[in-house]
Design a protein. Structure first.
Length: 240
């Protein structure tokens, strides 16, 4: 960790602020980041920051300690959510009204995020009227995220159709998953972050021939639900 930031954290602790011990010991983890940012906010409001710490040429702000966020905060209301299930719409590259009615967040071909009609908290267990029905018998506690793509595609022989999944969509998806995991304190495992194609095998909940994702149009070398799911989880974990 940056020694200046570490010194700042130790000084904050000395002034009575509650920070995770790991932060002052050199582990620049997310808990330490958030606690340090909160402490700086309070100090600045008291106009005491300048007397405690002489900032560098580029001032240190709470925002400098927080990972960049892709999903707008008001899209993620308070709720107890336990998993994220990722899909494709099997449609065009732009979200339709039908698509918006079934998922919480959609991602178009250029990486643009579209908010679904149902609010995430409607899928908190027990589900509420108007919840996003994105996965058969597995909507309770599940956030549904879908890529707008793969209309007219075929699994075997593989043909991505007129609306193939794009790399921009995938990159946005892994950022969205990371944001949702941070917001809802979801630890990334193959049972908590998975594609629709993995639900039957990983959770033991029977589905109806869903193959999103068993292939990635932008990287045909990756084959199978597990391989695609492992790539999703690894890239999302790297963004936490």
């Amino acid at each position: 960790m940056n020694t200046t930031v570490q010194a700042l954290q130790r000084r904050l602790i000395a002034l009575g602020f509650q920070l995770p011990k790991s932060g002052a010991d050199g582990d620049f983890g997310i808990e330490s980041i958030i606690a340090t940012g909160n402490a700086l906010d309070e100090l600045q409001s008291l106009r005491a920051f300048s007397s405690m710490y002489s900032p560098p040429a580029t001032p240190v702000t709470p925002q400098a300690f927080v990972k960049s966020q892709t999903v707008p905060a008001d899209w993620m209301p308070p709720a107890k959510m336990v998993r994220i299930i990722c899909h494709w719409t099997a449609g065009a590259h732009k979200a339709s009204e039908f698509d918006r009615g079934h998922y919480h967040i959609l991602i178009e071909d250029d990486g643009k995020l579209i908010r679904g009609g149902p609010s995430i908290d409607l899928n908190q267990s027990p589900t509420k009227k108007g919840y996003a029905a994105h996965t058969l018998n597995c909507n309770s506690g599940s956030i549904g995220v879908s890529l707008c793509c793969m209309g007219g595609s075929n699994e075997a022989p593989f043909d991505p159709g007129k609306y193939p999944m794009t790399r921009k969509q995938w990159d946005a998806l892994t950022s969205v998953v990371a944001d949702l995991c941070r917001r809802y304190n979801i630890k990334i495992t193959d049972k908590t972050v998975l594609s629709h194609a993995e639900v039957q095998n990983n959770l033991g909940i029977q589905q109806r021939g869903k193959w999103d994702f068993t292939r990635l149009a932008f990287d045909p070398s990756i084959k199978g639900a597990k391989a695609c799911g492992d790539k999703l989880r690894a890239e999302a974990s790297a963004k936490l």
